[in-house]
Design a protein around this ligand. Structure first.
Ligand code: BGC
Length: 249
């Protein structure tokens, strides 16, 4: 059986597990550590190292890491919910050097989308599937006939004069104490805007709150069907592991 470690760096928590690459099943407990204040690169690295050793990493097992930022050519290019030091930062090289093996970093929603297209809710769906993660921010992944088109960043769309993720992320629901009905009105505005722009076949929804999908999906009024991610909040871990051995751009 081949396995890899997947590590999902989020705005509030950093999570990791050993993943069966054929099925996406977690082969270990999920280790979760709070994201260090400010999410500076050396502090994030410390937590990643801690997770890797807790998971009893064996030398030749691949490690994939996903991160809440645009990632192109191994560099992190944005920093909405993390330290500004990640702007144009050589993340692949930094982690590769510090962890002593080749690491590929990808955007967190892209990792989740890749997992869902390979083994989950978007598997076998033709046309455009858009995965969104509702968490600290809103992440997005475009999957065209199962092929990932990276770094779509729909959470940074400006809608009614505000960033979509500032109004409609799960963190906005928590911060403002919104009821699911109130939050669903904001989600409806977001998803209908996105479907006007891109006409997807399907929305797949991930992030921690996706396990409570029955509380808000019926309240979101969009033409496009919404389904929960098969791997719920573990899609990022699983997709990072699946992408760990693939060559980067
Ligand atoms: C970032 C995205 C990320 C999303 C979810 C946004 O703030 O810009 O890159 O995918 O949060 O973590």
């Amino acid at each position: 059986m081949s396995s890899a470690l997947g590590i999902d760096v989020g705005g509030t928590g950093i999570k990791g597990a050993r993943v069966d690459l054929a099925t996406g099943e977690l082969l270990s407990d999920r280790v979760k550590i709070a994201t260090p204040e400010g999410a500076h690169p050396p502090d994030v690295l410390d937590v990643v190292q801690n997770i890797v050793s807790t998971l009893e990493h064996t030398g030749n097992e691949p490690i994939g890491v996903c991160f809440p930022a645009v990632v192109t050519h191994g560099r992190t290019r944005s920093a909405s919910n993390v330290s500004q030091e990640w702007l144009d930062f050589p993340a692949d090289d930094y982690l590769t050097e510090e962890l002593g093996q080749t690491i590929r970093m990808v955007n967190d929603a892209d990792a989740a989308g890749f997992a869902e297209a390979t083994l989950g809710a978007a598997h076998g769906v033709d046309g455009l599937v858009i995965l969104t993660t509702l968490g600290t921010g809103i992440g997005s992944a475009f999957l065209m006939d199962g092929v990932l088109v990276p770094n779509s960043e729909l959470g940074l769309l400006e809608i009614d004069g505000e960033l979509a993720e500032k109004r409609a992320a799960n963190s906005a629901r928590e911060r403002e104490g919104l009821s699911f009905e109130e939050w669903a009105t904001r989600l409806t505005r977001f998803y209908t805007h996105v479907e006007t722009l891109f006409s997807p076949e399907l929305f797949v929804v991930g992030g921690g709150v996706s396990s409570s999908h029955d509380k808000f999906f019926p309240l979101v009024q969009a033409r496009t069907p919404l389904v929960p991610a098969r791997f719920l909040n573990n899609s990022g871990i699983i997709g990072s592991a699946l992408l760990a051995t693939r060559p980067g751009d």
